[in-house]
Design a binder for this molecule. Structure first.
Ligand SMILES: [Zn+2]
Length: 467
């Protein structure tokens, strides 16, 4: 019998940088190895140092391929970790694309910083390189949902569908502790009960300790069923005025959701068919993965039925998926109506900036925001109604109509989270992670009201005995 403890080294009182460490007498398991995203100086400090020696980590269990969950794997493996990296086949494939892209961004950022600070002889190293990312990915060991494996003596693990994004998983660990066998469940990011593409999250049983995300504590989502009608309405308006509709979108999941809704609208003739361009090399690669694995990954039943009937649910026959810069730039000379779906989702980088620069001053045009816009981002400034914005250092008048759809989210909302905890019946304790302080407090209060005991909101670095 071993002592066991868990400690929290990220996503403790915030929504970024998920890293949780389980230690027993036999060794250590790291649950996710996410990057901190945020203001440069703060993020740099948090991303350049691990609170534990990377070489002491015997294995990593990865919940999903979002950068705030997997983005520091290249640093971890470069700095000494040599253990297996367990993930589902979907996560493994997507992580390859996400980490290569992240490495290129880091290298580009460092080059840019060094160039503008050349006179002062200030230089920084990239956080990691594409080579580091490749080395980390070489440790991947894929496991399907529900398969049992032992990442450490005295620990049995399995990955369960979390319904958040393609390949996403909860990590279930049965751990020998001094007090006996204990089941710890880490949700990773939890999907909605009513999703669009992904299956409903699994419902684990006999849980002792639950580590659960709390992003949407205190907040509920609008119904996804209304998304089609709103998009159809925007398209009808665009046809009337010849508008170019720019949709800044996350490359993973959101782009595929929008494209799928459009496919259904056009097929059912619920909206006039206008040209649609997906202009983001990463979104194109990811959509191809979605399409390729339509039969072997866990999609929602309703989506699967539709995909069987349609055969082309992401519209590869008529939606233009653009990879090259020339194809992207050619859109500037084309007349509307058209929809341009492009990353990044908060307008912080990527090709969407070019489309905004070219179209934002046209009063007939529409910018349709379909995701959360964090404070300090260009997306948020547009959403807040600023009439003059800087893009690539140049000021632009905002004359286009700026609109937001609030229905999309790949996270469980407040009611989904409470229902999940009630079903899991955690016997010994609940740890709330991956939520801003207000969200976490709202979820903690709701769980207390439901009679759930031992609900903790760990601080960064805090550790707890499991017994
Ligand atoms: Zn996520």
């Amino acid at each position: 019998m071993a002592n066991a403890k868990i400690s929290f080294h990220g996503a403790a009182g915030e929504v970024t940088g998920s890293r949780h460490l389980l230690e027993t007498d036999k060794g250590s398991l790291l649950l996710d190895c996410g990057m901190f995203q945020g203001h440069r100086s703060d993020a740099q400090a948090k991303n350049r140092n691990f609170a534990f020696p990377p070489a002491s980590v015997d294995a990593v269990l990865l919940s999903h391929a979002h950068i705030d969950h997997c983005g520091l794997l290249p640093s971890l493996y470069r700095d000494g970790c040599d253990g297996p990296l367990y993930a589902t086949p979907g996560t493994a494939e997507i992580a390859g694309i996400m980490l290569a892209d992240s490495a290129r961004l880091q290298e580009g950022d460092a080059r840019f910083f060094n160039k503008i600070h050349a006179a002062e002889k200030l230089t920084i190293e990239p956080l990691y390189t594409e080579e580091d990312a490749k080395k980390a990915l070489a440790h991947l060991k894929t496991v399907g949902y529900g398969e049992t494996f032992s990442p450490l003596p005295g620990v049995k693990a399995s990955l369960l569908n979390s319904g958040h994004v393609l390949g996403s998983a909860m990590v279930q660990l049965d751990v020998d502790t001094a007090g006996g066998g204990r089941r710890l469940l880490y949700t990773g990011d939890l999907g909605r009960r009513e999703g669009l593409l992904m299956e409903t999250p699994a419902s684990p049983q006999k849980v002792d300790y639950l580590v659960i995300e709390s992003t949407y504590g205190g907040r509920t989502h609008e119904k996804l069923a209304d998304a089609g009608e709103k998009l159809a309405e925007v398209i009808r308006r665009a046809v009337k005025t010849g508008a170019k509709v720019v949709i800044p979108s996350f490359a993973l999941e959101r782009t595929q959701e929008i494209v799928f809704i459009l496919d259904r609208l056009f097929r059912e003739k619920a909206a006039p068919e206008i040209p649609v361009y997906v202009d983001s090399p990463m979104a194109v690669s990811l959509t191809e993965i979605f399409n390729k694995h339509r039969d072997d990954f866990s999609f929602d039943d309703k989506f699967e039925a539709y995909a069987k009937m349609d055969g082309d649910p992401f519209g590869f026959d008529y939606i233009r998926y653009l990879r090259t810069k020339d194809e992207s730039q050619a859109l500037n000379n084309k007349k509307g109506p058209m929809l341009i779906i492009s990353a990044s989702g908060m307008c912080e980088g990527g090709r969407v900036l070019h489309h905004l620069r070219n179209n934002i001053s046209g009063p007939e045009n529409i910018v349709l925001l379909v995701g959360y816009q964090a404070q300090g981002t260009l997306g948020r400034r547009l959403q807040d109604g600023q009439k003059l914005v800087k893009i690539f250092g140049m000021e632009h008048q905002v004359a286009a109509s700026i609109e937001t759809m609030h229905v999309f989210s790949s996270h469980a909302d407040h009611n989904d989270l409470v229902a999940f905890v009630k079903a899991a019946k955690p016997a010994r304790g609940v740890f709330l992670v991956h939520g801003d302080p207000e969200a976490r407090a709202a979820l903690a209060a709701a769980l207390a009201k439901e009679g759930v005991r031992n609900v903790k909101s760990p601080a960064l670095g805090e550790e707890f005995e499991l017994n």
